[in-house]
Design a protein around this ligand. Structure first.
Ligand SMILES: [Zn+2]
Length: 271
């Protein structure tokens, strides 16, 4: 048993100012680098391009970008948001997501307070959720590849949890319940609105609650229903394809961070 106990890696980030600042700055840097990678990957998946091969290029003049143009945030600021070759304006969307994911990574670590399997899984998921939300927003489809990647993250980290067996069991049961709930919801919504709706959101929710346990799942479902209605109304008013992945992703991240916030504040949940 000792062997398995030692596998559980926990590295507290508070207690030493240098370590705290270092870990948070690194988290921000990694967040922006991963955002830069995943926004590009999502863009290519939507356009059915090979998402690992091939150089990035300017969307206006098609000039291949050099390594110096690819630093997240820094390149954008240095070039004042313009293409180095043709001078056309580069939309700030990627820059915004690089800053947001950097802040989210740093915030996740700050709230969690230590580097362990749970937080590594959370960071990996935040990156994947950004990618699949962008892909869904642009195309109305949640690519299955992202869902497979989420399952891989779960399989690779679940055994490192201190309460691995209970955690895995809870996750699978929560996943089955949420899946059933969402499948019924999707079928009913499809009957009422007579619009064709896929089961992508249901599959995504099933993958995500694996990471939350019972309490977190209940929290995520409650937040998800509210955000889902907001996003559905926004899509309807803008007359665009229904895209629920951003709502589900935000609900999951909120539930995960809120759980950590409660632990940090020492609040006990009544259930
Ligand atoms: Zn250009």
């Amino acid at each position: 048993m000792d062997f398995f106990h030692n596998l559980e890696f926990t590295y507290p980030i508070y207690g030493n100012v240098f370590v705290t600042v270092y870990v948070l700055v690194m988290a921000f840097a990694f967040g922006s680098i991963f955002a830069s990678f995943i926004t590009c990957a999502a863009w290519r998946v939507v356009r059915h391009e090979d998402w690992v091969k091939g150089h990035s290029h300017c969307d206006t003049c098609g000039h291949e970008l050099s390594t110096a143009d690819l630093f997240p945030i820094i390149s954008y600021v240095a070039l004042k948001g313009k293409c180095r070759y043709c001078g056309s304006k580069v939309p700030p969307r990627d820059l915004i997501f690089e800053i947001l994911l950097g802040l989210l990574f740093a915030g996740t670590l700050a709230l969690h307070g230590s580097v362990d399997a749970a937080v590594v899984a959370a960071l990996a998921l935040e990156m994947l959720l950004l990618g699949l939300s962008l892909a869904d927003w642009d195309s109305g489809v949640i690519p299955d590849g992202f869902l497979v990647a989420i399952l891989v993250v779960w399989i690779m980290t679940v055994g490192f949890r201190p309460d691995a067996q209970r955690f895995a069991m809870e996750g699978v049961i929560a996943s089955a319940c949420v899946g059933l709930l969402m499948a019924i919801g999707t079928a009913v919504a499809g009957k009422i609105t007579k619009a064709k709706s896929g089961y992508g959101p249901a599959k995504l929710a099933m993958c995500l609650v694996l990471f939350l346990g019972f309490r977190g799942s209940v929290m995520a479902v409650c937040i998800g229903i509210v955000l889902g209605i907001v996003f559905a109304l926004v899509c309807k008013s803008k007359k665009r394809k229904m895209s629920l992945a951003p709502a589900i992703s935000l609900a999951f991240i909120a539930a995960f961070l809120f759980k950590d916030l409660l632990v940090l504040l020492g609040v006990q949940l009544p259930f």
